[in-house]
Design a protein around this ligand. Structure first.
Ligand code: ZN
Ligand code: ZN
Length: 120
């Protein structure tokens, strides 16, 4: 008669039995749904750091707070923009070969000030 070998479970089963919730993988472009611990961030595959794309500090999408302004200026010029939030005009210096500029007026460029606006 074969011996029934139970799958090895932790002796501290009760402790391991933490609540698992449906999570979405935080790895950019994955977003896979998985069942994981509350504080987990990645699906099974991406839990292994080797499978994650290494990012250097910058996690934020650059266009979130900035606009890409395509231009062909070969010298520095002042261009008037309008704030995405309050529509106030503000001037920016546009440099040759630089295409990323702030979306907001100087006031709203401060993240804290933008948050206030959201609440009202
Ligand atoms: Zn993933
Ligand atoms: Zn503004």
């Amino acid at each position: 008669m074969p011996r029934i070998v139970l799958a090895r479970t932790s002796k501290r089963n009760t402790k391991n039995n933490v609540e698992h919730v449906i999570k979405f993988c935080k790895e950019g472009g994955c977003g896979k749904e998985y069942l994981g611990h509350r504080i987990s961030k990645y699906c099974e595959e991406h839990r292994n750091p080797k499978n994650r794309v290494k990012k250097k500090v910058k996690n934020k999408d650059i266009t979130e707070d900035n606009r890409i302004f395509k231009h062909k200026f070969t010298r520095t010029v002042d261009v008037e923009f309008y704030c995405d939030i309050c529509n106030e005009p503000f001037k920016l210096k546009i440099y040759s070969k630089i295409y990323i500029y702030p979306k907001y007026c100087p006031f709203h460029r401060i993240e804290h000030n933008r948050k206030k606006e959201d609440l009202s």
